[in-house]
Design a protein around this ligand. Sequence first.
Ligand code: NI
Length: 380
Amino acid sequence: MFLETDFFQQLALTRQYLHQHPELSGEEIQTTAFIKDFLQKENITVLETELKTGVIAEIGTSDGPTIGLRADIDALPITEETQLPYTSVHPGVMHACGHDFHTTSLLGAAIILKKNEARLPGKIRLVFQPAEEIFQGAKQVMDAVDLSSWSAMVGFHNAPELPLGAIGARASKQMASVDRFFVTIQGIGTHAAHPDQGSDPIVTGSQIISNLQAIISRHIPASEQAILSVTHVNAGNTWNVIPDKFQFEGTIRTFDETLRKKIIDQMKKIVTHTAESFGQIATIDWITGPGPVNNDPKLFKQLSLAIPAIAKETVALKSNLGGEDFAFYQEQVPTFFASIGTGKGIPLHHPAFLIDDEALVYSVNYYLKAVETLFDLLLV
Ligand code: NI
């Protein structure tokens, strides 16, 4: 697919503008206004929704199948350290996950699709999704728009570890489920010299954290992948007082819903019973995140055949224990998700994260190729 250089130069400037003006999850007010304005200048219909941030737009006049194209639009609470001329002007906020690139890619694809609107055998819904980083945006979109009549939905994430223009997707186990836990152990505070007069939650909490690691090593088959990480611990504030409370939080990730449930069940047992054995009470607060990202088998079959035509190279993607709230859409629509190489090598969420704007060529064409291939598939 040929697109002129000027088009991509303009698009690169759009990406750089968005990069310079990042907004946190759920606060994408200016970004939303920018996207609406951009689309309206292209005569693209912006749909009225209840979304506080984020935009849904429509291209296509035919009554054929509806295909959703999704890009996330939010940034992260990170202070940028790139020295770019278009570095963030919002202190402490940065597009360090490349959602500026995703947004721009979909804006670029939208221009081309609008130009070819008369030839589209169905409808395209453009989903500029807010709040991906806090795993709330996909649910907000699903509350605001009825997806039940959509035939397919396509998304991607940039991959700085892949060569520029490389595209990959997996038949299964592409990205992991994400659950967050927060545990509170209630003991009885006392003087450090007299632990017998209280009930020390630090000893209990330490044993629980050690025992939790045995879930992965003793309950999960070695052929499967799962992670349980404790990432934050809080108890006490001085050396000679045993506190009354011990708290810790962390995350569980895996690619399989059965294992996900098994790990959570086992964790509940270890936390509750260990605390009980010390005469204490433990409570667990769960924040259930997205499930594993798994591509729809039919879409995967067709798109993995079609994508090499527009990729600089295709790559065998490794499973990634990171999460994506794109997984929520799978509950209602057949979905396809890919990784597109941006080649700069600095990891996602790093303060010096970079995107090569040349990658827009591949990401725009990815959306276009997906639309063409899916309409062919859906209209057979
Ligand atoms: Ni991201």
